[in-house]
Unconditional design. Structure first.
Lengths: 515, 448
C-alpha cells in the first residue's frame, strides 16, 4: 500500500464528498470548471487508471516479452498527465486548454545498447508489441528467467497539504487577472502584459526487470508574468515567476500582485539602463536563479552519459580538484517544493541528495541505471525522461552551490570596477569543451565596492574548470529557485531547480556592446 | 488505432462538439511513425521506434475559445473532455478574433514533401548509413578517436484537419536525417564538431561519407582555439551561424509580438529596417521544403511572403487571429502540433542568396569569422543582442587562428542596417536557412 502523500486522508474524503455532492446537485460551475480527469483521479487515487491496465501480473508478462530475446534489463514506464493551461494576453483570457496525454514505453538494455518503443494507446496488447519492438536491439537468445515485480512504498520528498491542481479554474483565472491589473497599474509605460499559467498532475507507473513496481503522482504549477515597458523608442521586458511543486495555499501565502508589480518595475528600469560592458572583469552573481551558472558550468558535465563515453571534460576526474576549495555543489531531488523534486526518478530509483563537489573536489557524478552499470557505479536517482515517449537520460534535479561563509554584502568589497548580475536568463554549455554561457536580464556596475548604474542585458561566458577556480567568495544566503527552470537535453525538456548564494568570481567575460 | 478509424473519430468528435453548443469547431489529428538509430564506435547504442497519434480540438462559442488535446481516444473520455471544454469556454474572454480562420485551404500543386522511398527504409538501411558516416569520420584524421554519436532517422507524419466549414483534408510529409558528432583530441583538449543534414527526399540527403568528413573538419578546426582581446571589428557569420541568428530573429516578425509591442520592429512597416542587400522570405510552398505543408495548423493555405524586400519591411507573419486584428490576410504561419494551439512560427524562413562567394572573408582585413553561436542573448523585444561565439580570426582576408571564449554584441536595428555583404551559399538543411552575412562592425568581447 502506498500512502497517499498528495493529500491527507481527511482532505481526500472532503474533496471526494465535495465532488460527488456537486455531481448529485447537477454539475454546478465549480465542478464543471475543473480538469475533468483530475477530478476523477482525485477520487480514484494515485495511478489507479494506469494500474487498471497494468497490474503486477501484466507488467511481469510485458517485461518477460521484452527480454524474450535476451538483454540485461528491461523496464516499463506508463504515464498520464492532466494539464490545464491558461494564457492571458492584452488584458484578456486568450485561451484555456485541457490536456490529457497518456501512454507507455518499454525499454530493453543490453550493455551500452538501448531499444525503446512506446505506445500512445494504453493497452496490454499494444505494450506487448512495444516490448517486441524494443527487444529488436538484442541479437542474442539467452534470457528466460522469470520476472516478479513487487510494489514498493515511496518515501515522499515532502508533503503537500492540498494539491494546487485541484483549485477550480475560475480561481486560477482570477489570480491571472489580479496580476495583470497590478502590472499595468505599476507604471504608465507598461504597454503589454502576457501571463501564462500551467498546472499538471502527472501519474507514473514504473515496472522493472529487477522487480520494482512503483506508482507516483507529481504535481507541478507555474505562472510566468512578463510585462513590457515602452518609452521614447526603447523597450524593456520584466519577468516574474511563481509556483513549483506547491499546494493550493501557496497562492495565498505569496502575493501574485507584488510579484507582477516588481516585474513591471524591472521592465521600466531597463528603459533607463545603459549598455553592458565587454571583456573580462570581476563578477558577482545574485543568489537563487543565479544557480543557472552551476547548472551549465558543472552540472551537465557531471551527467553519467558523457562521463561513460569519455566526451565530458570531467570524465575520469572523480576525486580530483575541479573548483575552488570554497565550492560545494549539491543535487537534491528532495528539496521541498523544488521543480526538480521527485520521490522516485523515471526508472524507479528513489530520488536522493547527492554531494557532487565537496570543498572543490569532485565526489560523485549524476548517474542513471544504464550508465551506472557501465561505470560500475550506483544510480544516484537521476534517470529522468520528458515523457513516456522518451528513454531515460542522466539529468539534474535541483542543483545548487551550497552556502558559504561570507556576508553577501561584503562580497562587493574591494572591487574597483566590476559587474553585478542581478537577474539571469537562460544558459547553455558544450560539455566536451566546457564552454558555457548564461544570459543576464538585468545588471549593475560595481564601482568601488558599491552597486551603481543599472545596465541592460548581456551574456556572460566562461570555461567550466577555469571559472570554478575563480570563485573567491560565497555568501551565506543560499536560495534554491522553485518557480522557474526547464532544462533541455537531447530534445527532452524536464523541470529542474537551480540555486546558489551570492557568488563572487575574480574574473569572467561580460559580453556587452560597450568597450 | 488504425489511421482511418482515428480520422473518422476526429470527425465524429467535431460534430459532437457542434451539436453540444460550439458554433465552430476544428480538429487536428496527427499520426506519425519514427525510427532512429544512434551509433557509436561501430555499435548501435539506441534503436527507437515509435508511433504517435494525438488529437487536438478547438471549440468556439459566442467568440469564446476552448482547446483540448489527448492521446486517449476512448469514446467515453472524449465525450467528457468535449463537454468540460465547452463549459470552460465561458471563462475565456469573448474576442472578435476568436473565430475559425478565413482563407481556408484549397488544393494546390505537389509540394514534393512525401517521398515514397522513406516508407521503404528499413532499420538496417539506417544502420548502414550511420555506420558509413562514422567510418568516414574515423578515416579522416588520427586525432578523431571517438564520436559523441552518429544518428540516422526517418519519420513520416500524416495530418488530418477538418472544421465546421471544410471537410477533412489530409496530407503526408516525411523527413530523413543523418548527423555525426566526432570528437577531436589534442593533448588534454577535446573539441566536437557536428554536421546534420535533413531532407524530405532520401535522394537529396548528403552522402554519409560527406557528413562524416564535414563534421570532422568542424571539430579539427576548433583545436587550439583561444580568446582574443576585445575589439570593434567586422564580423562574418558563416551560413550555419547566420541561420541560427535568423531563427532567433523570427520572433521580431511575429504579428502577435508586433501587436503587443513586444518586437523592436513594431511600427516599422514600410520602413528601411535593414541593408538593401537583405531580403527575407517565408515560403510555405517551397518544393521539398522542410517547412512546407499544404495548409497551416488552422487550415490556412500556405503561401510565399516577402517579409523584408531589399531592406524594407514589407509584412509581418500572421495567424488567423492576428491577421483579423490587423485587418489583413493570414500568411499561413499558424503552426502547431496536436497538443498546442496555433502559434506564429516559420515555415521555410530564409535570407535570400546574395552575390558574394568567398569575398566575405577575403575582403575583410581584420575581423572575426563566426561558425558557432550559442546562448540566449538575443532579445527581440528590446533589440539588444549578445551571444557566445566561436570561429576563426581573419587577417588580411585569410583565416589565421581558431577563436573561442568570446562574445559578439550590438543593437539588432543597427546590426541589420549594417550588413555590408550577403553570400551566395544558401542551402536548406533545416526550415530556417541563410547564406553567410557580414556585419560591418560589432563589439567582440574577449577574455584578455
Amino acid at each position: 500500500m502506498v500512502p497517499d502523500r498528495s493529500m491527507s486522508r481527511r482532505d481526500f474524503l472532503r474533496k471526494s464528498a465535495l465532488i460527488s455532492g456537486a455531481l448529485a446537485a447537477g454539475l454546478p460551475e465549480a465542478v464543471s470548471l475543473l480538469h475533468p480527469r483530475v477530478a476523477q483521479a482525485a477520487i480514484m487515487g494515485i495511478g489507479q487508471e494506469l494500474q487498471d491496465v497494468l497490474n503486477e501480473e501484466t507488467v511481469n508478462r510485458i517485461l518477460q516479452e521484452a527480454l524474450a530475446r535476451g538483454g540485461d534489463a528491461a523496464d516499463l514506464f506508463a504515464e498520464q498527465r492532466f494539464r490545464t493551461s491558461v494564457v492571458l494576453d492584452a488584458g484578456k483570457i486568450d485561451s484555456v486548454t485541457y490536456g490529457y496525454p497518456r501512454g507507455a514505453g518499454v525499454r530493453v538494455v543490453l550493455r551500452n545498447q538501448t531499444g525503446y518503443a512506446f505506445s500512445d494507446e494504453l493497452s496490454y496488447s499494444s505494450l506487448l508489441d512495444a516490448a517486441r519492438v524494443a527487444s529488436g536491439i538484442v541479437e542474442t537468445q539467452s534470457r528466460t528467467s522469470p520476472i516478479d515485480v513487487t510494489r514498493r512504498t515511496l518515501e515522499p520528498p515532502f508533503t503537500l497539504a492540498s494539491p494546487e491542481p485541484l483549485m477550480v479554474e475560475a480561481t486560477k483565472l482570477q489570480i491571472l487577472q489580479r496580476m495583470d491589473a497590478a502590472a499595468r497599474a505599476a507604471d504608465p509605460r507598461i504597454v503589454s502584459v502576457r501571463i501564462e499559467y500551467t498546472d499538471e498532475a502527472r501519474d507514473v507507473l514504473i515496472g522493472t526487470s529487477e522487480g520494482i513496481y512503483v506508482l507516483d503522482r507529481q504535481y507541478l504549477t507555474s505562472i510566468s508574468c512578463s510585462p513590457t515597458a515602452q518609452a521614447g523608442g526603447k523597450r524593456g521586458s520584466g519577468l516574474a515567476t511563481l509556483g513549483g511543486r506547491v499546494d493550493a495555499g501557496y497562492f495565498a501565502r505569496v502575493s501574485p500582485e507584488d510579484l507582477a508589480k516588481a516585474a513591471a518595475l524591472q521592465a521600466v528600469r531597463l528603459l533607463e539602463a545603459g549598455s553592458a560592458p565587454a571583456g573580462p572583469m570581476p563578477v558577482v552573481v545574485a543568489p537563487g536563479w543565479g544557480g543557472v551558472l552551476i547548472h551549465e558550468s558543472l552540472g551537465h558535465a557531471l551527467e553519467a552519459d558523457g562521463i561513460r563515453r569519455g566526451t565530458s571534460l570531467l570524465s575520469g576526474l572523480a576525486g580530483t580538484r575541479v573548483a575552488s576549495p570554497l565550492v560545494s555543489v549539491v543535487d537534491d531531488a528532495r528539496w521541498p517544493n523544488g521543480r526538480g523534486s521527485y520521490a522516485v526518478d523515471d526508472e524507479g530509483t528513489q530520488g536522493q541528495k547527492t554531494v557532487v563537489v565537496d570543498g572543490g573536489v569532485l565526489r560523485s557524478y549524476l548517474i542513471d541505471k544504464q550508465n551506472g552499470w557501465l561505470l560500475t557505479l550506483k544510480s544516484t536517482g537521476n534517470g529522468r525522461r520528458m515523457s513516456y515517449r522518451n528513454w531515460p537520460l542522466p539529468r539534474m534535479s535541483n542543483t545548487y552551490i551550497d552556502a558559504g561563509g561570507s556576508d553577501p554584502a561584503s562580497l562587493l568589497n574591494g572591487i574597483t570596477k566590476g559587474f553585478y548580475a542581478a537577474e539571469l536568463g537562460g544558459g547553455s554549455v558544450e560539455t566536451t569543451s566546457g564552454n558555457f554561457n548564461f544570459a543576464v536580464r538585468e545588471g549593475y556596475w560595481i564601482e568601488n565596492g558599491k552597486l551603481t548604474r543599472p545596465v541592460r542585458g548581456a551574456v556572460l561566458i566562461g570555461n567550466s574548470l577555469q571559472t570554478m577556480q575563480r570563485i573567491e567568495g560565497i555568501g551565506t544566503d543560499l536560495r534554491v529557485e522553485q518557480t522557474r527552470g526547464a532544462c533541455g537535453k537531447d530534445g527532452q525538456m524536464v523541470p529542474v531547480g537551480v540555486g546558489q548564494p551570492t557568488v563572487r568570481f575574480s574574473s569572467m567575460t561580460v559580453g556587452g556592446p560597450s568597450i | 488505432m488504425p489511421r482511418q478509424l482515428a480520422i473518422d473519430l476526429a470527425e465524429k468528435i467535431r460534430i459532437q462538439a457542434e451539436r453540444s453548443g460550439a458554433q465552430e469547431a476544428e480538429t487536428y489529428l496527427e499520426s506519425s511513425t519514427t525510427t532512429e538509430v544512434r551509433l557509436r564506435q561501430g555499435q548501435i547504442e539506441l534503436l527507437q521506434q515509435s508511433a504517435v497519434q494525438g488529437l487536438g480540438l478547438r471549440v468556439f462559442r459566442d467568440r469564446h475559445m476552448g482547446f483540448l488535446y489527448t492521446t486517449d481516444l476512448r469514446d467515453s473520455v472524449l465525450t467528457e473532455l468535449v463537454n468540460r471544454t465547452l463549459a470552460l469556454t465561458n471563462q475565456a474572454t469573448a474576442r472578435d478574433e476568436n473565430r475559425i480562420a478565413e482563407n481556408l485551404s484549397v488544393s494546390q500543386s505537389d509540394l514534393e514533401i512525401n517521398d515514397p522511398a522513406l516508407g521503404q527504409l528499413r532499420t538496417e538501411d539506417l544502420v548502414t548509413m550511420a555506420r558509413a558516416a562514422e567510418q568516414s569520420a574515423f578515416a579522416q584524421d588520427g586525432r578523431i578517436q571517438t564520436t559523441r554519436d552518429v544518428r540516422c532517422g526517418v519519420s513520416v507524419a500524416e495530418i488530418a484537419f477538418s472544421n465546421t466549414y471544410i471537410a477533412r483534408q489530409t496530407y503526408k510529409a516525411g523527413v530523413v536525417w543523418l548527423s555525426a558528432t566526432p570528437i577531436a583530441t589534442a593533448g588534454t583538449q577535446k573539441r566536437e564538431g557536428t554536421y546534420i543534414d535533413r531532407k524530405r527526399f532520401l535522394s537529396d540527403l548528403a552522402r554519409p561519407e560527406q557528413v562524416g568528413q564535414l563534421a570532422v573538419s568542424r571539430a579539427l578546426t576548433r583545436l587550439g582555439a583561444a580568446t582574443v582581446p576585445s575589439a570593434r571589428v567586422p564580423v562574418v557569420l558563416s551560413a550555419e551561424a547566420a541561420s541560427t541568428f535568423l531563427r532567433g530573429l523570427f520572433q521580431a516578425f511575429s504579428a502577435l509580438n508586433v501587436i503587443e509591442q513586444r518586437s523592436f520592429l513594431s511600427g516599422k512597416l514600410g520602413q528601411q529596417i535593414a541593408s538593401p542587400l537583405l531580403t527575407i522570405i517565408d515560403d510555405g510552398t517551397m518544393r521539398r521544403g522542410l517547412g512546407s505543408g499544404y495548409f497551416d495548423g488552422e487550415g490556412v493555405q500556405s503561401r510565399r511572403s516577402v517579409v523584408v524586400d531589399r531592406g524594407v519591411l514589407r509584412q509581418y507573419l500572421h495567424s488567423g487571429e492576428t491577421a483579423r486584428h490587423m485587418n489583413t490576410t493570414p500568411t499561413g504561419n499558424g503552426l502547431r502540433s496536436y497538443d498546442t494551439l496555433p502559434t506564429i512560427g516559420p515555415t521555410n524562413f530564409y535570407i535570400d542568396a546574395g552575390s558574394k562567394t568567398h569575398e566575405l572573408v577575403e575582403e575583410t582585413s581584420n575581423g572575426l569569422y563566426v561558425t558557432g553561436l550559442a546562448g540566449f542573448g538575443m532579445d527581440t523585444v528590446s533589440g539588444e543582442y549578445s551571444q557566445q561565439v566561436d570561429g576563426q580570426w581573419i587577417e588580411k582576408g585569410v583565416l589565421t587562428k581558431p577563436v573561442e571564449g568570446v562574445t559578439i554584441a550590438g543593437r539588432l536595428d543597427e546590426m541589420l542596417l549594417g550588413i555590408d555583404a550577403v553570400g551566395r551559399d544558401l542551402e536548406f538543411r533545416d526550415n530556417v536557412a541563410s547564406p553567410a552575412i557580414r556585419f560591418k562592425e560589432l563589439t567582440v568581447g574577449g577574455g584578455v
